[in-house]
Design a protein around this ligand. Structure first.
Ligand SMILES: *Cc1c(COP(=O)(O)O)cnc(C)c1O
Length: 219
């Protein structure tokens, strides 16, 4: 799988520049909108960590793939509606979009019911954009405290910086907020900017189109 090799070596190069161990950087292959035919070559090449942004789509696609590749880890990288929390907790191994008190409640209840704790990232609206998901920067400490109180394992912060502008300052800001809150994992960087994200401390990069090619439909 040439693309996979390419992305892995670019991550390794950036890690080397930053003096980081590339093993500390998880490549989440974002397979949303792509079907099994596109995913299987990555699985066969040994890749096991994938991301989807819709619970419904993941539920349709992954159970069959998981039968063949039981050690797959599935990450939810998009917005999560509270009424899908139960399904998400059953299906996913990591949730990147914890961004509001109502979702803390829903996820805590779902994890309790499933008897399964799913690690979560708090998504931060790092560019303070009106239309974007993520909690406001000022609300991170309170959301983190309430999630912890509810028994949700919060492992770090996640962001999607504003489009059309250099991402580095936003990545640096996310890293600073994480450090201020005692969190050491950072989900940041996509196809166009994952190398920058690695330089600035990303522990999880979410790469879709650079691995799978352009998406057919909007996602
Ligand atoms: C689609 C998506 C990605 C991957 O985007 P690419 O630009 O295709 O790499 C990463 N993160 C989130 C939250 C996404 O929705």
């Amino acid at each position: 799988m040439d693309q996979l090799e390419d992305i892995r070596s670019r991550i390794a190069k950036s890690a080397a520049i930053a003096g980081r161990d590339p093993a500390g950087i998880e490549l989440v292959a974002v397979s949303k909108t792509h079907d099994a035919d596109a995913i299987v070559p990555l699985l066969e090449a040994g890749h096991r960590v994938f991301g989807e942004n819709r619970v419904q789509e993941a539920a349709a696609k992954w159970p069959a793939l998981r039968e063949a590749f039981p050690d797959v880890k599935l990450h939810l990288v998009g917005q999560l509606q509270s009424n899908k929390a139960e399904e998400a907790v059953e299906l996913f191994d990591c949730i990147h979009g914890l961004d509001r008190p109502s979702l803390v409640t829903a996820l805590a209840k779902a994890m309790e019911k499933a008897g399964r704790k799913v690690p979560c990232f708090i998504q931060v609206n790092i560019g303070d954009e009106e239309q974007k998901g993520g909690c406001a920067i000022a609300e991170v400490p309170a959301l983190l405290a309430s999630a912890r109180e509810a028994g949700i394992p919060v492992i770090g912060l996640m962001c999607v910086p504003p489009a059309g502008i250099e991402a580095a300052p936003f990545f640096a800001l996310l890293a600073e907020i994480a450090a201020d809150n005692g969190l050491d994992q950072l989900s940041m960087g996509m196809s166009d900017d994952f190398e920058t994200a690695v330089l600035l401390g990303a522990t999880h990069v979410r790469v879709g189109s650079a691995l799978f090619g352009a998406r057919k439909k909007a996602a």
